[in-house]
Design a protein around this ligand. Structure first.
Ligand code: NQM
Length: 354
């Protein structure tokens, strides 16, 4: 099933329909999505990391979950499939898909699906309308980066098990630049845009074309990855890098997020959860940039195509190491196509028909 999940698009599969062996599965997914090719002309992929995604769903053996969701990022220009990150946008389609495929019975009005995110081991609950026992994709919820309106999918994340501050510090200095490394579902490095000589309000394309900026970001990401315990991240899609600037449209902060080379046209859901939690870290790089209301859990994160509202609260532990409490967000999702996909055949020796 091809679905839009939030501001991403991907192919959703039942695990039983794919090879169990990861190498065989990944080879098949590359041929389904049309990678490696910068246009993904021969497959389902949309020639951007945000539209080259896969969700693999199966019933869960975990009593706390109904289904397991494995997220796979299919690279566009390289023959690579990665399970090293989660995706909160594609997550928005997982509950509806589980109901469509009969893995979870639909309620008469709404359905809540408890999802184990296999990539991180974290849990999420998705609640969406199912009037008369069928998923209804139409509704009045609007999310920036998607035209029109659709039914709301409410995603709630209980506190995760990992460290909110993976380096143990509110601020680290890398390559002479102050950063806050935070992980509230997505390893993310927060950086003041001005410390990299940009404003943070540039269009994503201008930032992607800035060669000097790309060099600095690569250096910072490599060092941050090691500090965050992620090892060598040169071929990984995490950590993400988010440039921060003061809000311009009544939100808490303006962001430009690198995922990690292309600049996001909006912001990832778990990326936003990490930014929102990171802005609440006392002494973090967001202090003095972000306008955070300490009386409200809601943080409005401005991004290149609008804003994302996220409910996020952070508790200061007695020993001073902060931890995330509740995180919740509204997304929408839509079934685009359900049918049979024909993967590109494996290559044969070329030449005879040139
Ligand atoms: O952060 C893009 C997206 C994402 C990931 C990325 C996401 C998330 O917008 O939860 O959703 O950061 O690679 O789909």
């Amino acid at each position: 099933m091809l679905m839009r999940g939030g501001t991403s698009k991907g192919a959703y599969f039942l695990a039983e329909d794919l090879p169990a062996e990861p190498a065989l599965r990944d080879d098949l997914l590359l041929r389904i999505m049309g990678s490696p090719d910068d246009r993904q002309i021969d497959g389902l992929g949309g020639a951007h990391p945000l539209t080259s995604k896969v969700a693999v769903i199966s019933p869960s053996a975990d009593p706390k979950a109904d289904v397991d969701y494995l997220f796979l990022q299919v690279a566009v220009e390289r023959a690579e499939v990665s399970d090293r990150q989660n995706c909160g946008n594609i997550l928005a389609g997982v509950g509806p898909f589980a109901v469509e495929r009969g893995l979870v019975p639909a309620g008469e009005k709404d359905t809540s699906v408890r999802i184990r995110m296999v990539n991180s081991g974290d849990l999420a609950t998705a609640t969406f309308p199912t009037p008369g026992g069928r998923v209804d994709y139409a509704g009045d919820a609007e999310i920036s980066g998607v035209p029109g309106t659709a039914a709301p999918v409410v995603l709630e994340f209980p506190p995760g098990g990992g460290e909110l501050l993976p380096t143990g510090n509110a601020v680290d200095v890398i390559d002479g630049v102050e950063v806050t490394c935070v992980d509230n579902g997505m390893p993310t490095v927060l950086i003041a845009a001005t410390s990299l000589d940009v404003t943070g309000y540039e269009p994503p394309r201008d930032l992607e074309e800035d060669v000097a900026l790309a060099d600095r970001l690569r250096t910072i990401r490599a060092a941050a990855g090691r500090l965050m315990g992620l090892g060598d991240v040169s071929d990984a899609t995490v950590p993400k890098l988010t440039l921060l600037a003061p809000p311009r449209d009544g939100g808490a902060v303006t962001t430009r997020t690198f995922i990690p080379v292309r600049c996001h046209t909006s912001i990832g859901v778990l990326g936003a959860a990490s930014v929102a939690a990171g802005l609440r870290i006392e002494g973090g790089v967001g202090t003095g940039i972000a306008a955070i209301d300490p009386r409200s859990d809601r943080v409005r994160i401005e991004h290149p195509t609008g804003f994302l509202d996220i409910e996020s609260s952070v508790a200061a532990a007695p020993e001073g190491s902060p931890s995330a409490r509740r995180t919740a967000v509204v997304r929408t999702a839509r079934k685009i196509f359900d049918g049979t996909v024909f993967p590109r055949a494996a290559d044969r020796p070329s030449g005879a028909h040139r």
